[in-house]
Design a binder for this molecule. Structure first.
Ligand code: BGC
Length: 829
């Protein structure tokens, strides 16, 4: 166990190896990891459960996941070991035989599951090599007993018919179309390849294959479960050939191991697409025989000695490089561990998945969210700015010419999702935040001139398309135009809080809260959007200043001032900012309300937007708003979304009132919006508060109460049950949450204060007074800054002096430097 890890009954952090080590398979919930970083992805739990897809969890699902399953986590990358009649799985499931040792190491882009039983150890390392469309499982089997063993290992993967929704709903068709081919150690799942698909799934094995199965009914049985699958218990493959029904891939591998002998081989799960690899020859080499050239190349490549280890080394190097862009050494072990490893890692997952595929997001529902993906980018952009650039342009292209946006889009097609549509009146503003953060990180202003075009228009050529800058202008103009009776921005279907549906009035249980109700001529307004607008407008102003366009800067700043004036005059409730006005113009989030008197979002965004700032005409309000959050909303597990929780359904407010008190948007602790308060404390220079609040939702601190918390202690969850819930402190919906990106902003830019800016790297930490200092290594636009911050006078904020490579620098912006290493000394005081 690493020195920093508290540990818990189910596992501990290994910071040195950047791994979370699960030491008991029966975790309080399945503890998930992701494999893959580019286009090929897998979900992998601590019992080897999960599925695989290429690019799009809905449209290119390669292996199957069964919904509403019991137990939750069933089906995956299973190996059944038959050791002299005793059948077990290294990942415990599905047989759940007791092993003598079990360990799952979730690392960055890989998981290693190892178990030992009766002197036989099996270890399975699962990962996706960078840049490749395949997943590898390196398997090592060792006989550590004193007797020779003849062991059989049966692999098991259930194939999905690629379109995951159809796969689970259209049996009348799907059970008649399944097709496979088997050649050597390779099983090819080729359903629908004869018609409109140009792709197949390969499941290969480089070990000594002595049999195979491709029919689930033959391998598992009709009336059996995976825990009692027929073939592994019989100890003999049936060489079944699937014709329709449910194709699977299973290899029988026979290993004869002397005492002490160890052997290693590999399984390969690959996606082969003719449209991608315009390979040699036709789709078919003979009637009904698919062209396997690429599949065979892959098999050959990973049969070569050392190839799998070399691929694994590439994955390690990939992560060294990504994380190397920001590393901190501070007095706080939780912040170090999360900021250096897990928080950044989670940012990659949210960047790749948005809200599509996790244990809680089905991969058949939401694709990429407009607001979600823009925010996810804030925590990712420092790792691979080039990918962030591409994403921004993809997202912008789903905006409509009037300024509204498709709320979601499919990753494969990059087309907006018409079922959900648009009219969420915050969406477009997040595009300003993502674009500005990209430019600040990379210095690449050319993105503003990139053609994007609007989703509702057709263009003769790329050069006719409106530029990204035009999109940003459209976004700003849209909010200024779409305002309600108080002058605040209209809310539409919802703002960030998807459940505050002020125009929905739904009494029909079968409709969606978001799309029910007409937003045309609606009057409901959002204070949160007003705050977000202030922030976005300030960013646009700074951007124009950096571009030397002072007239445009002044124009946008005038909008900001207008909005600020309105917000201060109509949204201050006396001790905090109100939340919204409903469709009848009645206030929400006020002391005059019986329930929902104070909400978190508008406090966060008003403060971040500069409302109530010290020294301004309404100075003191910001501080008072956050103190009210502390008084009414803060708990040891984070800040609840509002108080008092709604006790009855109110159709005028929508989904927020549909949840039981204490969960989700009805007074749950929504980690995402907590981070805006954290940044607010940083803005006000309250370093002790900032760290206390940071800890309150930090998963690594939850090891100490894991049986209550239940979710993975290495990644943020969307929600923790609030104080009104009977399960106060229980986390739900881990992994795919905007918390990842925003918390990285909090810790790297707020607390440690390393803020990319147009002209360089601003250093403006906000730390607990008791800290003597900390060190950060930050790679920025090609140079490496080794920043040492000291705090001789015990302050929280304020930079007294800065030197770069021994020379004093005025102000606190580090200039853009030549590549190579640079020593920066910052003294607070
Ligand atoms: C959605 C976000 C939304 C949040 C709050 C999440 O599930 O992905 O877009 O802002 O809930 O309602």
């Amino acid at each position: 166990m690493s020195q920093n890890s508290v540990g818990n009954p189910y596992g501990h952090f290994d910071d040195q190896n950047r791994e979370y080590v699960v030491t008991r398979p029966d975790t309080p919930l399945p503890w998930l990891n992701y494999l893959g970083q580019d286009e090929f992805f897998g979900l992998c739990t601590n019992t080897a459960g999960g599925y695989t897809f290429w690019k799009d969890a809905k449209l290119r699902r390669l292996t199957r996941y069964r919904y509403n399953n019991v137990p939750y986590d069933l089906g995956g990358r299973y190996l059944y070991v038959n050791d002299g009649g005793s059948v077990w799985n290294p990942g415990w499931k599905p047989v759940k035989a007791k092993t003598d040792a079990y360990e799952c190491r979730h690392g960055l882009g890989y998981s290693v599951i190892s178990s030992t039983k009766d002197g036989l150890s099996v270890s399975q390392t699962m990962f996706v090599p960078p840049g490749e469309n395949l997943e590898l499982w390196k398997v090592t089997v060792k006989n550590s007993s004193s007797k020779a063993k003849s062991v059989k290992v049966f692999s098991y993967q259930e194939f999905c018919f690629f379109e995951a929704l159809n796969d689970m709903t259209n049996y009348q068709r799907t059970w008649s179309i399944g097709e496979v081919e088997v050649e050597g150690g390779a099983i090819y799942h080729k359903t629908e390849y004869r018609e409109r698909r140009n792709h197949y799934t390969l499941f290969g094995c480089t070990g000594p294959v002595t049999g195979f199965d491709t029919s689930r009914d033959a391998f598992v049985g009709i009336h059996e479960g995976l825990h009692e699958a027929k073939v592994p218990f019989a100890g003999k493959a049936s060489n079944s050939k699937a014709f329709g029904w449910n194709p699977i891939g299973s290899h029988e591998v026979t290993l004869n191991l002397k005492p002490g002998e160890e052997t290693t081989y590999t399984y390969i799960l690959a996606y082969v697409d003719h449209d991608l690899v315009r390979f040699r020859g036709e789709k078919f080499t003979a009637p009904f025989v698919i062209n396997k050239a690429v599949g065979m190349d892959v098999m050959k490549k990973y049969s070569a000695p050392g190839a799998v280890d070399a691929a694994f080394d590439r994955l390690k190097a990939y992560w060294d490089q990504n994380l190397g862009n920001f590393q901190v050494a501070s007095p706080d072990p939780h912040a170090n561990r999360m900021a250096n490893i897990w928080n950044q890692y989670q940012c990659m997952a949210t960047f790749n998945m948005s809200r599509s595929a996790s244990m809680y997001e089905t991969g058949i529902g939401r694709g990429m969210g407009f607001r979600d993906s823009n925010q996810d980018l804030l925590g990712f952009v420092h790792m691979i700015p080039g990918r962030a650039r591409e994403r921004i342009l993809d997202i912008a292209a789903t905006q409509l010419s009037d300024g509204t946006c498709y709320h979601q889009y499919q990753p494969l097609t990059k087309k907006g999702n018409a079922d959900v549509g648009g009219d969420f009146y915050d969406d477009h503003l997040w595009l300003v935040l993502s674009t500005v953060s990209y430019i600040k990180e990379s210095g690449d202003r050319s993105i503003l001139d990139a053609p994007c075009g609007f989703a509702d228009k057709t263009y003769a050529s790329n050069k006719d398309k409106e530029t990204l800058l035009h999109h940003l202008e459209t976004s700003i103009a849209y909010t200024m135009t779409k305002r309600g009776p108080h002058g605040l921005p209209l809310i539409g279907h919802a703002d960030w809080n998807d459940c505050l549906n002020l125009n929905c009035f739904s009494t029909e249980p079968n409709e969606s809260f978001q799309t029910a109700g007409d937003v045309k001529d609606s009057k409901a307004e959002s204070v949160m959007i007003a705050g977000l607008f202030l922030y976005a407008a300030r960013q646009m102003t700074e951007l124009y200043k950096a571009l030397g366009r002072s007239a445009d800067a002044a124009r946008i700043d005038a909008h900001r001032k207008t909005m600020l004036g309105i917000l201060e005059s109509v949204a201050w409730d006396g001790e905090w900012y109100t939340r919204a006005y409903d469709a009848e113009g009645k206030v929400i989030g006020s002391k005059t309300n019986e329930e929902g008197k104070i909400f978190i979002e508008s406090q966060g965004w008003a403060v971040l937007g500069g409302a109530g700032a010290d020294g301004g005409p309404f100075g003191g309000r910001a501080r008072q708003a956050l103190e009210s959050v502390h008084k009414h909303l803060y708990t040891k597990n984070g800040v609840v979304l509002q108080q008092p929780a709604y006790s009855t359904y109110n159709k005028a407010y929508g989904e927020v009132t549909s949840y039981p008190p204490g969960v989700k948007e009805n007074a749950g602790i929504f980690s995402h919006n907590n981070t805006w308060i954290h940044l607010g404390w940083c803005l006000l220079g309250e370093g002790d508060r900032a760290l206390e609040y940071y800890h309150s939702i930090c998963p690594s601190t939850k090891e100490a109460q894991i049986d209550t918390y239940r979710s993975e202690p290495y990644v943020y969850a969307q929600m923790t049950a609030g104080k009104d819930a009977p399960c106060f402190g229980e986390a739900k919906n881990s992994w795919l949450t905007g918390t990842a990106a925003w918390t990285f902003v909090v810790v790297s830019q707020g607390i440690f204060g390393i803020q990319p800016d147009f002209a360089g790297l601003r250093v403006d930490p906000c730390i607990p007074k008791g800290w003597k200092g900390f060190e950060v290594t930050r790679k920025f636009r090609g140079a490496t800054y080794h920043i040492t911050v000291t705090n001789p006078n015990g302050v929280s904020k304020g930079v007294k002096s800065v030197t770069v490579d021994g020379k004093a620098v005025a102000g606190n912006i580090l200039p853009v430097l030549a590549s190579g290493d640079h020593a920066v000394a910052v003294v607070l005081g």
